[in-house]
Each structure stands twice: as C-alpha cells, then as structure tokens.
Design a protein around this ligand. Structure first.
Ligand code: ASP
Length: 584
C-alpha cells in the first residue's frame, strides 16, 4: 500500500492515528535539531516532522538530504502542531515520521513549483508536466473536467447520445485549411482531419439518432492569431425535427445550467439580437453587453456642415465614454494614437467633452456649434461628464475600429468584470459573406446552412442580402457557440453548391455522400457547436484558452515539450510513398 491518506486529507480529528503517505517533497526546512518537510500531492500539502529526540538520527540524516520534487513514502503518527497554520486545511496537524522510503529522486526542477513561479512561459511549456504540478494549472484542469462533466450530465439527461465520429476523413469546409494525413495503403491519397464533425453529425440525423452530442477534437490549419489552437475541442450537437427556436431553447438551457452549477449565477432569458443590430449598435457580431457605450450613428447630425472629413465618409459614428470628459489633452492624444495604431487602423478621432455645466468642448468646434454637439450627445446617449469619441470612414472598417476602441476603453474603465455574465443570441446572420479581395461570396457559416424560408430566390439577384437560419451564442464579447438549421434536401443543397462556385462534378466528388443520404428520407435537422476551451476559460474568469489545455501548442503551432512537428526519416517517407522537396 502506497498510501492510507492523501496529503490534503488529514485534520485535527486524525490526531493519534498511524498513516502512510506518498507524494513529492515540496520544501525542506532544516533547523538542526528538527527538520520539516512539506509533502505535496494533487490534494494538498501536509507537514512532516523529523527530530533527533523522537526519530532516529539516521532518519533525520535522510530527511535532511531530500531534494525538491523527490517522490517519497512515509509512515508516521498524526500529531498536533505546536504552531498552527490557518492558511492550509491540514494546518492543525503534522506527521511525526517513523519510516521514510525514497521512491524516486528528482533532478532539480528548472522552475519553482509554486503558485507564483519563477519560470517563464517557454520553460514552463517545455516542462509542462512540472507546470501541471502547480496549483493554478492543476486547478484549471480540474475546473475543465467539472465543466465537461456537467455538459455530459445535462445533455445525457435531455436524451442526447454521445456518438464518436472518425478523425481520418475527407475535407469538411469550416473556412480553414485542412490538416492532411498521407495514406500508406492508398498511394498518393490523403485523409483530412476534421475541421468539425459537421457532415457526420448530419448523417447521424439521417440515421435516426435524433439527438447527438460529442466532446470532440477539431483541427484547423489557420494562422494562429492570439489565443487560437490548431487543435481545439468542441461540444458538438445536432438534433432532428427541430426549428431554430427548439435549438435556441435547448442550448440556452445548457448554458444556464453551466452558469448555475459552475458559477452559482442565475441568468434570465437570453436577449436575442439580429446580426444587423449587433453590427449597427456594437460594430461587432459578438458584442460584449456587460456594459453600455452603444454606437450612435451621426451621419444625419454631423454631415453637410463644412467638415469635409465627415461629409465624404460613408459612416460617422460615436460612443459616449462614461466619466471620461475629465481626460487631459495628453490622455486624449494617447487615445487618438491608440486608434491610429496599425492594428486598429483609424485615420483619426474626433472628440467632444460633455462638461458638467451642460456645455460642450470638441476638437471640431470650428465646424459645429453647441446645438450641433447637443444633438451628437443625444444620439450617443452622452451625459454630463462623458467623452464622445467619433470615428468616420467606410462602414465596415469604421465599425470595427470603434468596436476595438469601445472594448479597450471598457477594459481600462474596469467595465469588463470577469464575475459578471451577459449571454445573448445573435441571430439572422447573412448566409454569405463577400470576400473583398476576390469578389467571391463564401458561406458565412458553412455550405450546409439553410437560407431563411423564401430567400433562396434572392441568391441569384442579391446574394449578400440572403439571411440564414444561423445563430451564435455570445458570452461577454466572445462567440462561445454557433450553429444553424441545415439544408436537408438534395436540390437546395445542390443550388447552394452551385452558388458557391462548385461545378456539379466537384459537388458530387466532395459531398456526393451527403447529397445521396438526403435522398433517403433526411429529417429536418439543425445543431450547434460550442468551443469548450473558450467556454471554460470564460467561466474560469481567465483570458487565454491555453491555460485550460493540458498540453497546448505555442503561437507557431509547436509543442515545445515533445518537439512537434518534426522531420520524419526516409524509411517512413518511403512507406508513405512521399518525397519531400522544399519550395523555398
Ligand atoms: N460545425 C459548425 C462549426 O464548427 C457548428 C455547427 O454548425 O453546428 O462551427
């Protein structure tokens, strides 16, 4: 028997009992006549005591030499501590050691195994198994486990069946590049790793499974913008015989359950906002509605004066920043520099200070009088003490820039509180989006999303105007889930592929299996997928998904611990019928 108890378990009520403990040496304090060792495992820390009077000299010597992170087993008696430590649950007791058994010695770890470690990100990732011994990482993994168990419990109770789908498949278009796997048995052919199980879950509906879910890895070979991982986890779900309303209600239920069970937070019915409104009011299809600062469009009240910049702009739009009228000239200049950074890309920013006495002071006083500025304040909802920040230019860019400014200011003003949760549904997404570089339309979601009833005809005349039965679940400014009601008949699916630029042959070779299945009684169906990594990090009140992944990749898509990706040897290449030549 390696242990009778864990290191976090013993309390004053155990005083007098004989115990066997195993764990890692966290710290040794040697006072000469007495030595203490903190012994640690997943459950906590317990203090071991060795002294010359009560333990043998030999044992004392052995204890003194224990290095950090050595794995030991001890046998001893639980005794009352002379000086108690109220900061840890085992702080009332210590274990007087009678036997010490060294199970495995450890090299000196490259960083301290403490909550506040001296190890930087790179070194911690290289020795991630040591990092996982630290409380912050360990607790995040346990937290993630709790969330995924609650997901499984809830969905299973609602009649969902967990079905696994294959990883070695053919491309599923979710808008990213595929990771490819060469086939040894089929020379010259490749599998793609799933960007999601999309087509399989639809086939499960054709198969009559009715309510499916899976907590599943997805693979997307994207440029790794901050906080993306090439492999990530989805809570993937699909239901048959449902309309959009059924899906929204079911997964609102799941989200409420998680907020309640995990955070103890009860939220009312989730608001719903159309995509168009989200863009108009927040410049963003995943608005953070924990705070106000809604956009006010100022074209009507700010154009047709003598200010050329505004007159030539497609959109003039502002936000009222609460309490920011006090900003000094220097602070405002810094804000203007911030919006002009290439990452944001604005050409400049006009501002209006709404003074406490009801007057206005703006950077464009030459062109606008007090009455004009009062109208700006009305449109943006500004009150005395606020600062109105105004950007102008092409609609999409200007909205994106003002959205970035809104989020930045909210962060600076402490309005993005991690213990507040403001979910909402964004609905009525466009079916297609225009790629401004190529002039082609792409599915905004994926090509299996159904247009709203009666809108199919518009595909021909005004593709950008077609709305989809597609929805996103947004939490605190993050898209945590997205899905749609699917096309379930062959003709509509074929029309979609045609509009996306597939020839009938291409559509058949890539998606023939799905179109075939649609001919055998495919039920109406729809679904959603949640990003589990992101959901967990938001519920955990932290910024990056990497903190909740046991073995994450870095920004170059590398696992620095196992050193992957890596070269492979010639024999392996030969087996796969591959020859590597480098283009550059
Ligand atoms: N497959 C979609 C995605 O990965 C989700 C869905 O439509 O259910 O975003």
């Amino acid at each position: 028997m390696y242990r009778s108890n864990t290191c976090g378990a013993l309390r004053a009520s155990d005083i007098g009992s004989e115990v066997i403990l195993s764990g890692w040496v966290h710290k040794v304090r040697d006072k000469g006549f007495v030595a203490w060792v903190d012994l640690r495992d997943r459950y906590g820390i317990v203090q071991l005591v060795f002294d010359e009077e009560r333990t043998s000299n030999e044992l004392m010597e052995k204890a003194r030499e224990l290095g950090r992170e050595t794995v030991i087993q001890v046998k001893g008696e639980v005794i009352e501590r002379a000086s108690k430590n109220p900061n840890i649950p085992t702080g009332d007791i210590e274990v007087l050691v009678k036997e010490l058994n060294i199970l495995n010695v450890s090299k000196l770890p490259p960083f301290t195994i403490e909550d506040e470690t001296d190890g930087g990100e790179d070194i911690r990732m290289k020795y991630r198994y040591l990092d996982i011994r630290r409380n912050p990482v360990k607790n995040n993994l346990i937290f993630r486990h709790k969330v995924s168990m609650e997901v499984r419990k809830y969905l299973s109770d609602q009649g969902f069946i967990d079905v696994e789908t294959p990883y070695l498949i053919k491309s599923t278009p979710e808008g990213a590049r595929d990771f490819l796997v060469p086939s040894r048995m089929n020379e010259g052919q490749f599998y793609a790793l799933p960007q999601s199980p999309q087509t399989f879950k639809q086939l499960l509906m054709v198969g009559g499974m009715d309510k499916y879910f899976q907590i599943v890895k997805c693979f997307r070979d994207e440029d790794l913008r901050a906080d993306r991982q090439p492999e990530f986890t989805q809570i993937d779900c699909e239901m048959a015989f449902v309309e959009q309303e059924d899906i929204l209600n079911t997964f609102e239920g799941l989200t409420k359950h998680l907020l309640k069970e995990i955070k103890g937070v009860e939220v009312d019915e989730f608001p719903r906002m159309t995509f168009d409104d989200a863009m108009r009011l927040y410049g963003n299809d995943k608005p953070d509605i924990r705070f106000g600062m809604q956009f006010g469009e100022l074209n009507e009240v700010a154009q047709h004066k003598d200010f050329g910049v505004f007159n030539s702009a497609e959109l003039v739009v502002g936000i009222a920043v609460p309490g920011a009228a006090e900003y000094t000239r220097k602070e405002i200049d810094a804000l203007i520099d911030w919006v002009k950074r290439p990452q944001v890309g604005a050409k400049g920013m006009v501002y209006v200070k709404c003074n406490e006495d009801g007057s206005f002071k703006s950077s464009v006083d030459k062109f606008y009088d007090q009455d004009d500025l009062a109208k700006w304040a009305e449109v943006t909802g500004a009150e005395a003490g606020d600062l109105i920040c105004v950007l102008s230019g092409a609609i999409n860019q200007t909205r994106a820039q003002l959205s970035a400014l809104r989020m930045e200011l909210a962060t600076r003003l402490g309005l993005r509180k991690s213990d507040e949760f403001a979910p909402l549904w964004v609905i009525d997404f466009p079916l297609l989006e225009l790629d401004e570089e190529t002039g082609n339309y792409h599915p905004m979601h994926h090509p299996f999303t159904s247009p709203k009833p009666g809108q199919l005809e518009l595909l021909e005349s005004d593709p950008g105007a077609v709305k989809a039965n597609a929805y996103d679940l947004v939490l605190n400014g993050n898209e945590i889930g997205g899905g749609s009601i699917r096309i379930h008949d062959k003709e509509t699916q074929a029309t979609m592929f045609k509009h996306l630029g597939f020839t009938p042959e291409e559509a058949k070779s890539q998606f023939g299996f799905l179109m075939d299945a649609f001919q055998y009684g495919a039920p109406p169906h729809g679904g959603i997928a949640f990003g589990l990594d992101r959901l967990v990090s938001i519920l955990g009140g932290q910024e990056t998904i990497r903190d909740f992944i046991a073995f994450p990749k870095n920004n170059s898509g590398r696992d620095v611990m196992i050193d992957a990706p890596a070269n492979i040897d010639q024999a392996q290449l030969d087996e796969l019928h591959l020859k590597v030549t480098f283009k550059s």
